[in-house]
Every structure is written in structure tokens, then in C-alpha cells.
Design a protein around this ligand. Structure first.
Ligand code: CU
Length: 452
């Protein structure tokens, strides 16, 4: 009897919880209400079966339980053809009701209307980039073999359709309200999965393939783009954003994004032109960019140029250093702002690249054996030797100022760095740094990095 009542209670509690639950679909922001309806149909079918089967069990236990007078007796019927037929028919209808609407919605989901514009989403470890066709409305060809630091999407420069393609290097994409968009999905390295919960869309991305779906955004707002691939180190930390704008704001944003020809025309930095620009920097970073612990300014010599340039842009735009407790980062903002434009940044970075790379002494005392274990996760982005990996956007750590790295790890942990809305790379590092329990772990880890 206790068992029967427990079953009844389970059924009642589950049904009540389902309707009173605070966890429900987020407010939808696209045309895909059909997705919600399909999920609801599944809830109704599975819910009905759950209630009926459990209540039947409870009823059977109560009715046929052992009693002294033996008024009701259960009979064993292994071959009841009629019952088998009914169960088969009902089950088939239930399963068809769950699957058939999905097929219909899927067919619509992958069949964009003719007037849909195109957006290409490119997934890589561990970031999103986007490409939009220019005036010709078509994307140029692309190939993973063509990927270089200057052409991160591997766009084929020989294809006449490539030149006007718009390259969006930030993980934030904008799309206009109320217009259908066809998303083309491509992966550079491993499988990813692009998902935006408010749009009710998600799709696998497979290297060597282009998958697609479409949607029409129905309200303005900023929506998180997630990678819902579960294997691997950091898919969970691949955060992006899709912003739905009114047409004028969208056009404003679009105008700030470079075309492929513009990015291809960028010339390499000139160290000679960068030398005078670096003169102001030497006061803190040292004349050989070797770093100065007393002033808290890290070694820059030997650091990856793409990373230095990104940081200088981040300081300029207040993406880094604008947190009120970021005493050291704040100091960099005026100096980064002195670099007038992109060319100045490239030149100064080229000059830093020409300086000798002298390894500083270690300044943190720790246990490198323990640090080695802790570093295993870090290696998947920063490289086995802490050399920095362009493909994962992770800078060099080995042979850099370790007291500075310790401070950055603390900053990431405390949200002093990596919490700005546009700091997608920093946010990723923040989730990694939070896995380090305490200062001792940071010291152990950096002591190991010093041995690399
Ligand atoms: Cu991913």
C-alpha cells in the first residue's frame, strides 16, 4: 500500500511541478513558435503515458494486494492477443504524434524563403566569427587550407565574389529585425554546435561541411549564442551574441565592419615606424620591453603580435582596464589611446617583435609538480609549452613576467578582467581561472610554466 501511495504522490507532484515550474521556455524572439508547439506535443504524449502507466500500477497494487479473504485474485495472462494489439496501436499512435510534427518543422527549418539574406557563422576552438555577403549578395569561396593569421576565415581571394564580403571578427553578430536570415554554418577544426535559445535554433557544425537553417527575428534585443557541443575542453566557454537591431542601427553597425578586400589590403607593421611610438612605453615596460616589476608593467618582448594588438585595441575601447578596481589596467588606457589608429598599433607591435626576448627570473615560489597537473587544462589553449596558440586566441605564458600572470589570474577570478560585455576572450579565461582554487594553486601553476 505504501508503494501504491508513493506512486500516486509521484504522479501528482510531477504534474503540479510541471505547471508551477519556474523553468520554462525563455521568451521567444523568432518565428519558430512551432518548435515550442512540438516540444509541447511531446510533453503531452509522454505526460499522458507517465500518468496513465503509474496510476494503473498503483491501482493494480491496491486492487490485487495480498488479502486474507482472497476476494480478488490476479491472473497470469502471457498471451493476450487483443491486449497486445491495443498496446501496439496506442504506442504507435503516441510515437507518431511525437515524431511527425518534428519532421514537418524540420523540413521548414532547413528550407529558407527566397528573400532570406545570408550570414555565415564560423566556429573554431573556442570562438565565433561571421561573414556576410557584400552588395553582390553572394559569399566568395572559402577553404580551410587558406586560413592564415591575416585571413582567419580562409576566404579565397581569387574568387571575384570574395572582395565585398563583410568580415566580422567579434563573436557579436547583428541582424535586422523582421527580415529572414539564412545561417550557413562552418567549422574550422572540430565539431561545434551553434545555438541561440531565444531563436529556438541549433545546428551542428562539421569541418568540411556547410550546414544551414533560417529564422526571422521578431523582437529586438541581445541574445547569447552558445556552443552546445558537449565533448572537449571549452565548448561551454564559446560565448557569442546575436543582436537584433532596427534597420537604422543595423546599417550603422554594418558600416563599421571591414570588407574582405579591406582586411586583405592591410600591410604588415613597420618596426622602424613603431620605434618612436614605443619611446613613451619604455618608461614603464623598459627600453627592451623586458618589463618592470616595480611599476607593475609586464614584459612584452616575445609575446605574440596578434595578442598584443588585440590588447591595445581592448584598452583603447575600454574593454580592458575600465573596471574600477583595475588599478594597473587603468594606467594603460591613456597610453594605448595615444596610438592613433590601426597602423600605429601594428607598427608599435612590429617594433616590440624586433626586440630581444630575454627570459626573466621566476618570482613566485610554488610546487611545480602540483602545477604540472593544474596546467593540463591550460595546455589545450595555451599550448603544451605555454608558447601561445593563435588558433585558440590564447597568448604566450612561458618566459613572460610571472608576477604579472599571477595578477591577471587573480583579476580574472575576481572579475576585474574579463567581465566587460565585449570581452569575449577575457570571459572565456575568466571561467578557466575560476577553476583555480587559491593563490597557492596559482603559484604552483606558474612555477611549472616557468620550467617550460
Ligand atoms: Cu564548440
Amino acid at each position: 500500500m505504501v508503494f501504491a501511495w508513493a506512486l500516486i504522490l509521484l504522479v501528482v507532484a510531477t504534474v503540479v511541478f510541471h505547471f508551477a515550474s519556474p523553468w520554462w521556455f525563455t521568451d521567444i524572439a523568432s518565428n519558430w513558435t512551432m518548435m515550442d508547439q512540438t516540444v509541447n506535443v511531446t510533453f503531452w504524449v509522454t505526460g499522458f503515458v507517465f500518468v496513465v502507466v503509474n496510476l494503473f500500477m498503483a491501482w493494480a497494487v491496491i486492487k490485487y494486494r495480498h488479502r486474507k479473504d482472497k476476494t480478488t485474485k490476479a491472473e497470469y495472462e502471457p498471451e493476450n492477443k487483443k491486449l497486445e494489439w491495443w498496446l501496439t496501436i496506442i504506442t504507435s499512435v503516441g510515437i507518431a504524434a511525437m515524431l511527425a510534427p518534428g519532421l514537418a518543422v524540420w523540413a521548414k527549418f532547413v528550407t529558407p524563403p527566397d528573400d532570406a539574406s545570408i550570414v555565415e557563422v564560423v566556429g573554431q576552438q573556442w570562438a565565433w566569427t561571421y561573414r556576410l555577403p557584400g552588395r553582390d549578395g553572394e559569399l566568395g569561396a572559402s577553404d580551410a587550407k587558406l586560413v592564415t593569421i591575416d585571413n582567419p576565415l580562409g576566404v579565397d581571394a581569387k574568387d571575384p565574389k570574395s572582395g565585398d564580403d563583410v568580415i566580422v571578427t567579434s563573436p557579436e553578430l547583428h541582424i535586422p529585425l523582421g527580415k529572414s536570415v539564412k545561417f550557413l554554418l562552418r567549422a574550422k577544426d572540430v565539431n561545434h554546435q551553434f545555438a541561440v535559445p531565444q531563436f529556438r535554433v541549433k545546428m551542428d557544425m562539421v569541418p568540411g561541411m556547410v550546414t544551414h537553417f533560417w529564422l526571422t527575428p521578431t523582437r529586438t534585443g541581445a541574445f547569447d549564442a552558445l556552443c552546445e557541443q558537449l565533448c572537449g575542453v571549452a565548448h561551454f566557454a564559446m560565448r557569442g551574441r546575436v543582436v537584433v537591431d532596427e534597420e537604422p542601427q543595423y546599417q550603422e553597425w554594418l558600416a563599421t565592419q571591414p570588407t574582405f578586400s579591406q582586411t586583405a589590403a592591410i600591410v604588415a607593421g613597420d618596426p622602424e615606424a613603431g620605434k618612436p611610438l614605443f619611446a613613451t612605453c619604455t618608461a614603464c615596460h623598459g627600453d627592451q620591453a623586458q618589463g618592470n616589476k616595480e611599476l607593475g608593467a609586464p614584459k612584452l618582448a616575445g609575446q605574440d603580435g596578434w595578442y598584443l594588438a588585440r590588447q591595445l585595441h581592448s584598452f583603447k575601447q575600454g574593454v580592458r582596464g575600465s573596471h574600477e578596481n583595475d588599478t594597473y589596467g587603468k594606467q594603460m588606457i591613456p597610453f594605448a589611446s595615444m596610438l592613433a589608429d590601426d597602423t600605429a598599433v601594428r607598427n608599435v607591435v612590429a617594433y616590440i617583435g624586433s626586440l630581444p626576448d630575454t627570459r626573466p627570473d621566476t618570482s613566485v615560489g610554488g610546487n611545480p609538480e602540483r602545477g604540472k597537473k593544474l596546467y593540463a587544462t591550460c595546455a589545450s589553449c595555451h599550448g603544451d609549452k605555454g608558447e601561445g596558440v593563435w588558433g585558440t586566441n590564447a597568448p604566450r605564458l612561458a618566459g613572460m613576467s610571472d608576477w604579472y600572470l599571477a595578477r591577471q589570474l587573480e583579476n580574472f577570478r575576481q572579475g576585474i578582467r574579463g567581465t566587460h560585455r565585449q570581452d569575449f576572450h577575457g570571459a572565456q579565461m575568466r571561467s578557466m581561472a575560476r577553476a583555480l582554487k587559491d593563490e597557492a594553486s596559482i603559484n604552483d601553476l606558474l612555477d611549472y610554466v616557468h620550467t617550460l
